[in-house]
Ligand binder design. Structure first.
Ligand code: GSH
Length: 231
């Protein structure tokens, strides 16, 4: 099996963290073929990562992949031992996915100041802050999101909180995590977990690469504009 993934993709990081925590060794983690050229839709019609490739038969959507892996590799369970416990884990994972990660992902398009739409930033960041406030109600106070052990909720929350801390300030919004004390304490604690730490290294590496690429493109555009002005 292959997981098509990228360092900076938070949805991919969520699945990678599950793979690391379960010590699954027969999934190769690779970059998606044709992602940059727009050809990836030939592999997966949604053309988004992560995608799990079972040898030509592909599964898209991080949540669906995670549930599939949970069934396939029941060792180190990352859902609950009762239906109610599983519902609690899925609630936190869903808040992290839909209310945090989704809005943060769309905010990623607002980093350039010259084209930034203040109304879009206010709308999306408002939803993120609303999600964080709701999490204050659900989040565990023992270093894990739910159940006192690593679960799917942590796998979704870690990349979501990484994005909030690192991307929100780049669109002109103060990092709101310190204003939700239980989430803030959780965030400090979970970063010590070995599987969380591993995906955080990958996410940081992806962010550095993305920023270097943007700086390179800006320098190229500036040089071109200067050359045109002199011509
Ligand atoms: N709901 C999807 C979201 C996946 C997604 O948006 N992935 C991003 C990378 S983090 C992507 O592939 N973006 C490419 C695009 O938007 O064309 C999931 O949970 O897997």
């Amino acid at each position: 099996m292959k997981l098509y993934s990228g360092d900076l993709s938070p949805y991919s990081a969520k699945v990678r963290m599950q793979i690391y925590a379960k010590a699954i060794s027969d999934i190769d983690i690779e970059l998606p073929p044709g992602f940059l050229t727009g050809e990836f839709h030939k592999t997966s019609p949604l053309a988004r990562i992560p995608v799990l490739d079972l040898g030509g038969d592909v599964i898209p959507e991080s949540e669906v992949i995670s549930e599939y892996l949970e069934e396939l590799y029941p060792q180190t369970p990352m859902l609950g031992s009762t239906p109610r416990e599983t519902a609690q884990i899925r609630t936190v994972s869903r808040i992290a996915d839909i209310y945090l990660m989704n809005n943060m992902f769309m905010l990623g398009g607002q980093t350039r100041q010259s084209t930034r739409d203040a109304a879009v930033v206010a709308l999306l960041s408002g939803q993120v802050i609303r999600g964080l406030k709701a999490l204050e109600h659900y989040i565990g106070e023992d270093g894990f999101a739910v159940s006192g052990r690593l679960t799917m909720a942590d796998c979704t929350l870690v990349p979501a909180l990484f994005l909030i801390e690192n991307v929100l300030p780049t669109v002109g919004v103060e990092n709101p995590i310190p204003h939700t004390p239980k989430v803030a304490a959780y965030w400090t604690a979970i970063q010590q977990n070995e599987h969380a730490a591993k995906v955080l290294v990958e996410l940081h590496r992806g962010l550095v690469e993305r920023r270097e690429l943007i700086a390179k493109m800006a320098a190229k555009a500036k040089a071109k504009a200067e050359a045109q002005a002199q011509a």
